[in-house]
Design a binder for this molecule. Structure first.
Ligand code: WTA
Length: 629
């Protein structure tokens, strides 16, 4: 069956009939329920919290909303790992597979809900034996493995706050995050697989924690390696082997912190976005269920890494809370062959596949013959996340991966929102390039600076009008930075994205309104890159802009004024790029380095990146009246 194209100009596609007829929610039902959910959000979330989660003790109040702060399910007691593991094990799912892990050599490991619970408990007991208590922070810097997921859950089991750092970040970036979170414990893997090679993680941890007395213990998953451990280091397998496989879940208050996740803002220092237990549990559970139309026996594959929010919410907590089977694949999507992903989908009969536009564009470039070699007929829903998906990539995804027989859900959300905020539920009509409608219970608008709704198709700021259960509660140690989300435009949650709304209320995301970039769907602040650049001894001043990039969506161009007598040659460029790699990590390395004499600045000294960008792209720079020179 093929999707019917309703109208060429605005390209609207109907969901495949077989999905429409079986889905949990039709568009008409949504419209009805949406109205109710917005009219009385407390009732809406109250009903869901009672139905979808298991509680140790009931809450006494659904929401407390004292602008700009809020709490959800006050007084309730629960543990997210109970909802993710125990309740399934106790309800006949002990032997159901929770994760299928595949490495680059196609070696697989399957772990059932029962086995995962035992592993989590052993690590949890191990952490306790090292003195970790409820409220302590633990930094996790690991390869995408079952051990990584179990370590994250082990923290949640005992009420420790996890702070996962993506394995692509440099030693400097890791150190900053360990120090900011004040983690006395770090859990790491010895290495991660990357294109047939071992990418060292342990040595990066060594460098990051050198002379860092704050860190008491480093727990190492040695994998297949054998190396000498130093005084404060503990082997993960050794630690587990000494522990009981029973660990009572810590009784957590609804509002007890669950994790911190660092994300880029507009200043050099990343923000530690903090999420709490009950609201996040409910929201990730519910959005997984609704966006991906979960019935309970699906095989789900979210290709993100748990080092990002997408992995937290849609590899770990959302899928587990719903009791489904997930695939995780360590290493490169195109190694050992460009069809690695498609062979995994075929082999494990994946039903739901969730990836980023940058990956779709990469596969597009590799050619349709690679997916064509495989039976992809198990697929039902295809998801997209991280950046706007251009219509061309959308259509390719729909045709060559979905075989015109899947629903595509383009999910807009953020580290701060915890879960999906805008998308189309699978039964809805879709419009390639437009993310869609607000999720149930979420009141979204596009407004101008004064807070007035913009007209149809007029560009404005994307805002959310009321707090939702998984909204960030604070920025770790920086409450003022948190408040900015709600005070940038008084009374609204300011997402930082530009958007438009069409006649049907479908929202199109146009990109960031602030100085952050989206490189392969990963958020990087221009200020972060600029501080890494000026950390190079030859660089006096730096300005960074994002440029359109065929695969990555956006790439980085750096404009640099060098110190006197420094050479402006290729060697210098390479050395500066290397500096960014060690300061921040390879994903922040500029594609272009330009040596310049001056930078365009306003009279008050602010760099006008907009002018640099227009210049580089040969476009009109617009109003330059505030330009100094
Ligand atoms: C962008 C990732 C368009 C957006 C989950 C947002 C998107 C930022 C989409 C958050 C999408 C995410 N369409 N843009 N479907 N999803 N974005 O915190 O600019 O890493 O503000 O969370 O990514 O990035 P973050």
């Amino acid at each position: 069956m093929t999707n019917k194209i309703l109208s060429e100009e605005s390209l609207t596609l109907q969901a495949p009939q077989h999905i429409k007829s079986q889905t949990n929610l039709s568009l008409d039902e949504y419209k009805e329920r949406y109205k109710e959910s917005i009219k009385d959000p407390e009732k809406f979330w109250d009903d869901l919290a009672k139905k979808e989660l298991d509680w140790f003790e009931d809450y006494t109040q659904v929401r407390e909303w004292t602008y700009p702060n809020y709490q959800w399910f006050l007084g309730g007691k629960l543990n997210i790992t109970y909802n993710c593991l125990d309740r399934h094990v106790n309800n006949g799912k002990r032997n159901q597979v929770a994760y299928i892990y595949v490495d680059e050599n196609s070696c697989e490991v399957k772990i059932t809900y029962g086995e995962l619970l035992e592993k989590v408990n052993k690590i949890a007991n191990g952490l306790k034996s090292l003195g970790v208590k409820k409220g302590d922070t633990v930094t996790i810097y690991m390869a995408m493995t079952i051990e990584q997921i179990a370590s994250i859950l082990a923290c949640a089991r005992i009420g420790a706050i996890h702070s996962v750092v993506f394995g692509g970040f440099s030693a400097q970036a890791l150190r900053l995050r360990i120090e900011d979170a004040k983690s006395e414990i770090v859990i790491c893997s010895s290495y991660t697989q990357r294109k047939g090679k071992k990418a060292e993680l342990k040595s990066i941890v060594n460098e990051a924690t050198k002379d860092l007395d704050l860190v008491r213990k480093i727990i190492v998953d040695s994998r297949d390696e054998n190396f000498e451990l130093f005084e404060r280091e503990v082997d993960l397998q050794d630690l587990m082997s000494k522990q009981s496989s029973i660990c009572k879940p810590e009784v957590m208050d609804s509002e007890d912190p669950l994790f911190i996740l660092y994300t880029s803002g507009t200043t050099g220092k990343p923000k530690g976005v903090m999420h709490t237990t009950a609201g996040y549990n409910l929201y990730t559970h519910y959005t997984t269920k609704m966006t991906f139309d979960i019935k309970g026996d699906e095989v789900f594959w979210c290709t993100a890494d748990p080092g990002w929010i997408t992995g937290h919410s849609y590899i770990i907590y959302g899928p587990l809370s719903n009791g489904i089977t997930s695939v995780i694949a360590e290493g490169s999507p195109v190694y050992p062959a460009p069809d690695r992903f498609w062979s995994i989908i075929e082999k494990y009969r994946v039903n739901i596949f969730y990836t980023a536009p940058t990956a779709v564009r990469m596969f597009m470039k590799l050619g349709k013959e690679w997916p064509k070699k495989h039976d992809l007929s198990s697929l039902k829903i295809l998801g997209s996340v991280g950046e706007p998906i251009n219509p061309e990539a959308w259509i390719w995804y729909h045709k060559h991966i979905g075989l015109e027989n899947c629903a595509i859900v383009d999910t807009w959300w953020q580290t701060e929102t915890g879960g999906h905020m805008i998308s189309t539920y699978p039964s809805f009509d879709t419009k390639p390039g437009r993310a869609g409608l607000p999720m149930l219970g979420i009141e979204v608008d596009v407004i101008d600076k004064e807070g007035n709704s913009t007209k149809v198709n007029e560009v404005g700021f994307l805002v959310i009008k009321q707090p939702w259960p998984s909204a960030l509660r604070t920025c770790w140690g920086e409450p003022k930075r948190y408040e900015k989300y709600w005070t940038e435009i008084e009374g609204f949650y300011f997402a930082g994205d530009l958007a438009t709304k069409d006649d049907d209320g479908y929202i199109m995301i146009l990109g960031r309104a602030d100085d952050t970039l989206s490189i392969s769907g990963h958020r990087i602040g221009t200020a972060e890159v600029e501080s890494a650049l000026v950390a190079h001894k030859a660089v006096a001043e730096a300005a960074v802009i994002g440029l359109p990039h065929e695969i990555k969506g956006e790439c980085i161009a750096a404009f640099l004024i060098l110190m006197q007598d420094e050479l402006t040659n290729e060697q210098q460029s390479l050395s500066i790029k290397e500096k960014v790699r060690t300061e921040l990590g390879s994903l922040a390395v500029p594609d272009e380095i330009h040596f310049v004499e001056t930078l365009p600045k306003t009279r008050s000294g602010k760099i006008m990146r907009r002018v640099l960008k227009a210049n580089r792209l040969g476009q009109d720079p617009g109003d330059t009246s505030t330009l100094e020179d």
